[in-house]
Design a protein around this ligand. Structure first.
Ligand code: FEO
Length: 396
């Protein structure tokens, strides 16, 4: 894709990765992604904001050539992760007078990760500024969204906030600005769930930090640019808030059908009570979809058969991720079956140590569920309903 003009003398010079389907060898990318890099030409100095993923550095260099960029004075590193910083060493080779502008934490990380020498850096303070002549860059420290060194850059005269990962989306699109809000909302929520949700308290703090900033454009380093900043800022406020929805995320694996029957029964019992249920068969689940469902859910139920004395390995994987994502769910329960013993419930419980949710009584069945087991599941559904009601998650 050709370089794009964002405003006079401000250009997108990044790369769209249409074909990438996996990030960090972990996160599915159903819509590809982009690595956004921005070139700013001031009356006296020039700056490049973030670089790109190394396999895509040819595209960044092609754009700089298209724009006849002969000099880069500053390379702004908002984040050390290599999908944005990986091409910086190549930029420094081609533009040897350029200085890398970042915070001290990011500097040490870039020295460790990319072996960039100390003399290439100039560090900036929180709220510090850098003049490009007729344009001024202001730097805001916003740690832990999602690494400890993350920073925003605010272009004062144009009121553009460059947020790197924050507010971004894994969305490869030829539309430079958001045109399809529904699609972007979905991609941004998936991105938030996978990347930012574990750092929800920092998300809230950093949203507060930019609350009074006059922002006309939000330019993240993944996905389209927001010319209606409130669209994404309001969405983040909502996702990072303490509010949960009248929903149950039901994660399960069934081998011979006993756990499956329990899952189906519980699902119906919850739906009968007006609760939205999002079931995920973990042998087939896209973890991005699962992460998204965890953003708002009030309750998580994990259902597993017993395998070699513990949960099914796909349940272990999912429970590990749920624990790492730290969703704001208020309640959780474990259900499942066993043949002759084991510690399936205890082992899942141990995997959920980060979860602040109240654990409801487990329902564990020997072999095929019987009448009394279905009664226990009915009771669990009623308990969940009552908890949602008591905590005003059910509004009526
Ligand atoms: Fe897009 Fe944290 O890197």
């Amino acid at each position: 894709m050709a370089s794009q003009k964002l405003r006079p003398n401000i250009y997108w010079v990044g790369a769209v990765d249409w074909d990438r389907r996996l990030f960090d060898e972990l996160i599915p990318l159903p819509d590809g992604t982009s690595y956004n890099s921005y070139f700013i030409k001031g009356s006296e100095k020039t700056a490049l904001i973030d670089a790109v993923y190394p396999p895509k550095e040819g595209e960044l260099l092609k754009h700089l050539k298209e724009l006849d960029v002969e000099r880069i004075d500053y390379v702004i590193a908002n984040h050390a992760e290599q999908d944005h910083s990986g091409a910086i060493p190549r930029i420094l080779e081609l533009y040897p007078d350029a200085k890398v502008i970042t915070n001290p934490k990011c500097k040490t990380m870039l020295m460790d990760l990319l072996l960039i020498p100390d003399e290439k850096f100039t560090t900036v303070e929180d709220n510090g500024t850098l003049s490009l002549g007729d344009k001024t860059l202001r730097f805001l420290y916003v740690p832990w969204v999602h690494w400890p060194e993350t920073m925003f850059t605010y272009l004062e005269e144009e009121k553009i906030l460059f947020t790197c990962d924050f507010l971004g989306s894994h969305l490869a699109t030829s539309d430079f600005f958001v045109t399809d809000e529904a699609k972007t909302y979905e991609a941004a929520k998936r991105y938030y769930a996978e990347i930012m949700m574990p750092f929800r308290s920092f998300v809230r703090k950093n949203l507060e930090k930019i609350e009074d900033l006059d922002i006309e454009l939000v330019a993240p380093s993944h996905g389209p640019v927001y010319d209606n900043p409130d669209f994404i800022l309001d969405a983040y406020q909502d996702w990072a808030s303490g509010e949960v929805k009248n929903e149950v995320v039901l994660l399960y694996v069934s081998m011979y059908g006993s756990t499956g029957k329990m899952v189906n029964f519980l699902l119906d019992a919850l739906i009968k009570r007006g609760i939205t249920v999002k079931p995920f068969n973990l042998t087939k689940t896209d973890i991005g979809e699962l992460a998204m469902a965890l953003v708002d859910t009030a309750t998580i139920v994990i259902a597993s058969p017993t395998v070699l004395g513990g949960p099914h390995p796909d349940v272990v994987h999912a429970a590990y991720l749920v624990n790492a994502f730290r969703p704001k769910a208020r309640f959780a329960a474990i259900i499942g079956s066993y043949g002759w013993g084991g510690k399936m419930v205890d082992k899942i419980g141990e995997l959920l140590s980060n979860l602040k949710a109240e654990m409801l009584e487990a329902v564990l069945v020997k072999g095929h569920p019987r009448k009394e087991d279905f009664r226990s599941l009915e009771n669990l559904a009623e308990k969940i309903y009552n908890k949602h009601k008591e905590h005003r998650i059910i509004k009526s």
